[in-house]
Design a protein around this ligand. Sequence first.
Ligand SMILES: Cc1cc2nc3c(=O)[nH]c(=O)nc-3n(C[C@H](O)[C@H](O)[C@H](O)COP(=O)(O)OP(=O)(O)OC[C@H]3O[C@@H](n4cnc5c(N)ncnc54)[C@H](O)[C@@H]3O)c2cc1C
Length: 570
Amino acid sequence: MIEGVKQQKWWGWGEEGHSYGYKDKPKFAPFVMKKVGVDIALPVKPIPPFSSLDVPPSRLSESLRQTLVGILGETYVQTDDETRVVHAFGKGVRDLVRVRRGELGRVPDVVLYPGTQREVERLVDAVVDADAVLIPFGGGSNIVAALEAEPGESRQVVSVNLGRLNKVLEIDEVSGLAHIQAGVFGPDMEDQLQARGWTMGHHPDSFVWSTLGGWIATRSSGMQSDKYGDIADITRGLTMVMPGRVLELRPLPSTSSGPSVREMVLGSEGRLGIITSAWVNVHRVPEVREIQAYFYPTYADGLKACRQIVESDAEVMMARVSDALETEYIMANGKKGSKLSSLVSKGIQKLMLQKGWDLSQIAMSFVGFEGSKSHVRYTKGIVGKIVRDNGGMGVGKGPGALYDQKKYDTPYLRDFMLDRGLVCDVSETTTPWAYAEQMHTNATGAFYKAMDELGLRGVVFCHLSHSYHSGACQYFTFAINDDSENNLVTYDVAKRAIQQAFMDNHGTVSHHHGVGEEHSPWMEQDISPAGVHIQRTLFEGIDPGRNLNPGKIIHDGAPGISTNSADHMA
Ligand SMILES: Cc1cc2nc3c(=O)[nH]c(=O)nc-3n(C[C@H](O)[C@H](O)[C@H](O)COP(=O)(O)OP(=O)(O)OC[C@H]3O[C@@H](n4cnc5c(N)ncnc54)[C@H](O)[C@@H]3O)c2cc1C
């Protein structure tokens, strides 16, 4: 490990010593048993020690090693096994299952830690001159196989960790812009900004373990995007090192200078070069921040209310609503005696029943308000009326405060479930509002149909997470009870069923997780064959030697996952 650069554990999310706990959540084990038939109290198999993995030796040539050491110094050219394995994967289910099994694929031969822009320029040229493969690495949190070298890659593979480029360089207080190095992790960046009274407002669930450069390279979106925008809106300018060139895009509020090069870099997943810094919109830390909880009789009522919030003058920071199953999950996941577990207290239940609600259909919503006291008061008034117009009721800010504190703990739950034979993952999409309800019905239906065909128990739930003028993102979480050696085949079937439902119901392949290899099979359906032609031409033009993270986004050679059901059902 390099001093000052955070590194996740090799087998799961976050750092060693942090894990999910359920013992103080009395409703959680019964919930899991009821939904998928798994007893989470049973003993689990321990994670094998790292030393049990058969890590392929580094293939770094002595001549390339010497060149790289000449640029960076010995300390920042790492070839030890654990560092290489950590940089071989993201944190998708497929990654987690495979690394635990010791199926390591094509592990990078070396991991580099540049500390300056000039070092990045020199190493990019050296790696491309040596005809090696270069893969930028941020926090390693992506879940779309965006970091893995192509299977069978015979050239040397070089991973470039940007973690030493972690400073807020400059704040332009007049324009509300900050110039920030790309390798900074979310909390470190916000600490630096907030120390001067500013915030970027970008908070993905993976905030603690992801970086500015990774967000830009995957077109990330944070939970406060209704106010602050997606990273594509927030990023106004950037610097990207390409072989033999440096792209400099000055920060501009808008421009008509031809097809947007800024937009070409957004979502490029390392295929065009290494982003070293960006100019981003920043805002004054708001005077008031508050998250209120509401209930609706059904998810459809909640969806309609969220649309009306967007149409209104409210300007909220966040508006999310969970379907009935996710509502049940949230309440089961609350600590004993906490505001979440007792949300539907006897009194509230009585009120809901008096209103004629079916308690198995209720949908919980969190709406975030930020700004001056008067803005928050005004906005809460508008939202309260919309909630009531849609048959809903407010339950105060206590549960929202708890949600705010605990929002980054959920990723640990996935490792906990995997330990217990449950394969859990997420898929997310956007549709125009006109198709939002249909998407929810058909994507969940496609998942259960797949479970029936496989003869397995599984559960899927969903929330609306980000809203726009014309539509919204819905975020589906699924869990499958499959502890067999075949669980990745099962996973493929379920994942494919949901992704195909996205394409069949006016959705996109992904709203904010990017493409990687995982989603590349759907790209022609998503942006049409001509759209893929444009992207392919861009990547081939910039990188004719396929040195820059090849195989991602456009499926040009690597055997990614298949969308042909026969491959999986065989
Ligand atoms: C539990 C969990 C929750 C998540 N929640 C969210 C969420 O709420 N919102 C969201 O948007 N995403 C979410 N993600 C996905 C993931 O965190 C994002 O894709 C994130 O943007 C990746 O950032 P990273 O720094 O970890 O990048 P990495 O995973 O390290 O890299 C991702 C891709 O970007 C490239 N890359 C990284 N840095 C650079 C750079 N400086 N220059 C060029 N290319 C680069 C890599 O080569 C790779 O192709 C979640 C993931 C997990 C596991």
